[in-house]
Design a protein around this ligand. Structure first.
Ligand code: PXP
Length: 241
């Protein structure tokens, strides 16, 4: 299983003072050197952390895979088509939210999301839809022609009991199986950390996890390199079990 590192929160710390440090580009380079196989950043409409310059410099510097997480709004779509990340992950976005709160409702707007896939594919940009582990949404993402789905693991990560976690893991397994059968690449993310990631690693269809907050939090104490290496070790151990 591959690890993609979301570096938004390095930019969050920078924005706390409005200066130039710490630079998310430095974090991306260290994460790649430590073994990450992708770098993720979310260019939000309000630019609360990552900004346009970050994405443009990351596009030049990232040598693994640059995944631009974004809402499907006109301005951000135009930006993506100009900067040409390897991949866009389409998420719902609300200004008042602290972080992405749930999956995208692809099924509600298949026509729009199909056109979006065509526009991105014309520029050789892969498209991932970030969805809840819901078979209806998996089927809609496949119908739109997306290459990839990222399953939202936030409900699993925030579950308060073993029973709740098991129920959500079952939904994740079923969605991963259905997506894989439909020819989609399956990834997962949101709220994952070293304590809760093992069961996710054991879902064979999930090829990649996208992790931000837990990794950047840990990096404050052990450094970016240490935090990425620890996570890779945890993933490798869980995958072997
Ligand atoms: N995947 C998506 C689509 C996200 O929106 C986020 C949060 O930016 C993540 C993964 C990473 O979540 P976390 O920061 O909780 O690890």
């Amino acid at each position: 299983m591959r690890l993609a590192v979301n570096i938004d929160h390095i930019a969050t710390v920078r924005e706390a003072r409005g200066g130039i440090e710490p630079d998310p580009v430095h974090a991306a380079v260290i994460a790649e050197l430590a073994g990450a196989e992708g770098i993720v950043c979310h260019l939000r409409e309000d630019r609360r952390h990552v900004n346009d310059r970050d994405v443009r410099v990351l596009r030049e510097v990232v040598s693994t895979k640059l995944d631009l997480e974004m809402a499907a709004t006109g301005e951000i779509i135009a930006f993506a088509l100009d900067v040409l990340p390897d991949l866009v992950t389409i998420v719902p976005e609300k200004r008042e939210e602290l972080t992405t709160e749930g999956g995208l409702d692809v099924a509600a707007n298949v026509r729009f999301y199909t056109d979006l896939v065509s526009a991105m594919h014309d520029k050789r940009i892969d498209v991932s839809y970030f969805i809840d582990p819901d078979l209806h949404q998996v089927e809609a993402a496949a119908r739109c022609g997306a290459n990839i789905i990222e399953l939202h693991t936030g409900t699993y990560a925030n579950s308060r009991s073993r029973a709740e976690a098991e129920a959500e893991l079952t939904r994740l397994r079923l969605a991963a199986e259905a997506a894989s059968e439909a020819g989609l690449i399956v990834t997962a993310g949101h709220g994952l950390d070293r304590r809760n990631i093992a069961p996710i690693c054991r879902i064979p269809q999930i090829e990649e996890v996208s992790i931000g907050h837990a990794l950047i939090s840990r990096a404050m104490f052990v450094g970016m390199k240490g935090a990425v290496e620890e996570m890779l070790d945890t993933i490798a151990t869980a995958t072997r079990m």
